[in-house]
Design a protein around this ligand. Structure first.
Ligand code: ATP
Ligand code: MG
Length: 385
């Protein structure tokens, strides 16, 4: 029995016109990288890939996390012969669970003696007659969908049960790069995932307030970066010492402006790092109205410190929807571990929700901004996952 993997890619890739080839090649490269250490032969076949390998299970697990892949199916390779095809279809119906089925045929090989409608009808009739038990055809909402593809050298047969839904999106690395501000919370890993899903290469920066934030808080952020890296390529995490800056703000600035001034420093440092490493943009996990610093005024005032696009992919999302994605991508359980973060330690009693740019700039004149930024960047720790 010969089995192989069929990789279907996200329909968006088909809409890329003259650039489609570039996207397809990138996707193939990215799948190849994810299959490192596994022997696999790729067969490019009009808008999809077939992959021949001995390690089907493990390969499917990895490929289903490659952006740009819509679905990964374990398919049976069958000789181009109607009797063989119908036997395999019957087997598929028997091994699946459900009371109704439907056959879908796609005939790329126009030399095959039956057209796709005829194949579906005849195989359907054969399954109905030979299935031991209770089964009927339902063309609208079948429990079991059996796919038959007749191509030039072989036919392929698989059922719904053989298909694994993948992450979709666009191939990683096709759309520039971003410096993600990664905290230990629920939101920022989801923001990073969503950027990566659109093909944007992600690097991460974490502001660490030793000794106010513990090693465990830092390890939690590393764990989150590691989970994100399952979907991307290698991710660099830049760990920035942030305590001196926070102390300086606390000592010199108004209490109700601490948070917003701190956020402006985060933005400046993220941009400076992005500049140093040739990264196009920055991203955060902010969502409008979620907390006191995420008001429109707050966002305007922190954007003032950014010299490149600052993306906030969660801006219009509700917390429950963000949490749902966090669960799906596997970051939620780590994010909810109860370690303090640098923002919760230095929270003013009454943070300003409507900061005004001029007033904040004026307040910051008390600080040696360039020197503070420079010093924290000099003492960065870099970890790669
Ligand atoms: P998250 O769940 O991502 O921590 P949050 O709801 O706790 O977000 P804030 O604490 O206001 O919100 O942080 C907003 C955004 O600022 C975060 O999503 C993240 O992008 C960035 N951020 C906050 N703290 C840090 C930090 N210590 N290091 C890096 N980025 C941070
Ligand atoms: Mg947070």
């Amino acid at each position: 029995m010969k089995e192989l993997i069929l990789v279907k890619y996200a329909p968006e890739i088909f809409l890329k016109g003259l650039n489609r080839g570039k996207f397809e090649r990138k996707l193939r490269d990215n799948i190849g990288k994810k299959l490192e250490g596994i022997q696999a032969e790729f067969i490019h076949d009009s808008g999809r890939y077939f992959i021949r390998t001995e390690e089907i299970e493990e390969s499917i697990k990895r490929i289903s996390k490659v952006f740009g892949v819509l679905e990964v199916c374990r398919v049976r390779e069958v000789e181009i012969d109607f009797n063989s095809i119908k036997e395999v279809a019957l087997e598929k119906a028997k091994s699946a669970t459900g009371k109704t089925f439907k056959i879908i045929t796609n005939r790329a090989n126009k030399k095959f003696e039956l057209n796709s409608m005829e194949v579906s009808q005849k195989v359907g009739a054969y399954v109905l007659t030979n299935f031991e038990g209770d089964i009927s055809v339902d063309v609208k909402k079948p429990d079991i969908l059996i796919n038959i593809e007749i191509r030039n050298n072989y036919a392929y047969v698989w059922s719904t049960q053989d298909a694994t839904k993948a992450v979709a999106g666009l191939p990683y690395g096709m759309n520039g790069s971003t410096m993600l501000m990664l905290s230990g919370g629920i939101d920022s890993p989801v923001a990073g995932y969503l950027m990566a899903k659109r093909g944007v290469e992600v690097s991460c920066v974490y502001y660490h307030s030793h000794p106010y934030t513990s090693e465990r808080a830092k390890d939690k952020v590393k764990d989150l970066a590691k989970i994100l890296a399952q979907y991307t390529e290698k991710i660099n995490l830049y760990i920035v010492p942030f305590t001196d800056i926070q102390m300086e703000i606390i000592n010199k600035c108004r209490e109700d402006e601490l948070t917003i001034i701190m956020r402006r420093f985060m933005m400046r440092i993220a941009c400076a790092l992005a500049d140093k490493y040739g990264i196009n943009s920055v991203s955060t996990g902010e969502s409008i109205g979620q907390v006191a610093s995420q008001t429109m005024d707050g966002l305007v005032v922190s954007d003032d410190c950014s010299d490149r696009p600052a993306f906030r992919p969660l801006i219009a999302m509700d917390k429950t929807d963000i949490m749902e994605i966090a669960r799906k991508i596997g970051t939620y359980e780590t994010s909810i571990l109860p370690y303090e973060d640098c923002c919760t330690i230095f929270v003013p009693k009454h943070p300003k929700t409507n900061p005004k740019l001029d007033a904040i700039r004026k307040e910051e004149e008390k600080l040696d901004i360039d020197e503070l930024v420079k010093k924290s960047i000099e003492n960065i720790e870099v970890v790669t996952f």
